[in-house]
Design a protein around this ligand. Structure first.
Ligand code: BGC
Length: 248
């Protein structure tokens, strides 16, 4: 019998979910995507999670990745979602709405876990790995000998008076209509700061832009080896399911 868990990726513009085979990292169902046109409040997002669960006719543990700090299930920051999230117990809300067991971790931590396990195999040859996911914000996950240090928030490190993610996220590239060259130069500045702060041996770039790595990699002028993630946009869903499987 296939070992499947529902993984949910809560993002700034959509809530996505799919059943995940946590032994292989493959999806065991279609991926369902519910677009959100404004920063939704907790009740509304949890409603979408329950809709995804119902559409997939699923019962069992649910793992959610959230774009903010999550400490023992409690949301401690919410940069790009509704401020009402702060202080909420996300697993408890999901449990109350769906009747299923639930767990929650930071979205970049989830994506990083999936990438380390099912994505770039060579990542395990490195001592310190910095995984970044570039989308509405910049998410980070640091691995020391394959073990995650949760809740690093490198997207909020200040560069030229602004949070890194307000200078060089994928959303900013789109909003400011930056060329790959202009964005690559800004992102180089961000990576240089990260290099200085944690001396990674390898940097993995995930999120939507990782699919366009060939277009911008020549503009990244850093000393550390930088590689694109393999799982791309599915990593968040896969990692959230893995975390649920491990913690529940
Ligand atoms: C949040 C992080 C999150 C990242 C990517 C940032 O704004 O603070 O927690 O991982 O966006 O979604």
């Amino acid at each position: 019998m296939v070992n499947t868990t529902l993984g949910i990726d809560i993002g700034g513009s959509a809530v996505k979910g799919a059943l995940v085979n946590t032994d292989t990292g493959e999806l065991a169902s279609e991926r369902i995507r519910k677009v959100t046109r404004e920063p939704l409040k907790p009740k509304e997002i949890v409603g979408l999670i329950a809709t995804i669960q119902k559409e997939l006719k699923y019962t069992g543990p649910i793992g959610a990745g959230f774009p903010g700090i999550i400490r023992h299930g409690i949301v401690c920051s919410s940069a790009n979602l509704h401020k009402n999230w702060v202080g909420e117990d996300l697993p408890a809300l999901i449990r109350a709405k769906t009747g299923q067991q639930a767990s929650a971790i930071n979205d970049a931590d989830a994506a990083g876990l999936a990438e380390m396990r099912f994505g770039i195999q060579e990542a395990h040859n490195y001592h310190v790995v910095l995984f970044l996911t570039i989308g509405t914000g910049i998410g980070s996950a640091i691995f020391l000998d394959g073990k995650l240090l949760p809740n690093t928030e490198f997207g909020h490190i200040e560069i030229r008076g602004k949070d890194a993610e307000y200078r060089a996220s994928a959303a900013i590239k789109r909003i400011e209509k930056l060329s790959w060259k202009a964005w690559g130069e800004r992102f180089t500045e961000v990576l240089k700061k990260y290099e200085f702060l944690c001396s990674p041996d390898l940097i993995i770039l995930g999120g939507g832009v990782s699919a366009r790595f060939d277009a911008f990699s020549k503009y990244l002028k850093v000393d550390t080896k930088v590689v694109p993630a393999k799982l791309q946009n599915l990593a968040g869903i896969i990692g959230a399911a893995m975390a649920a499987k491990e913690s529940l």
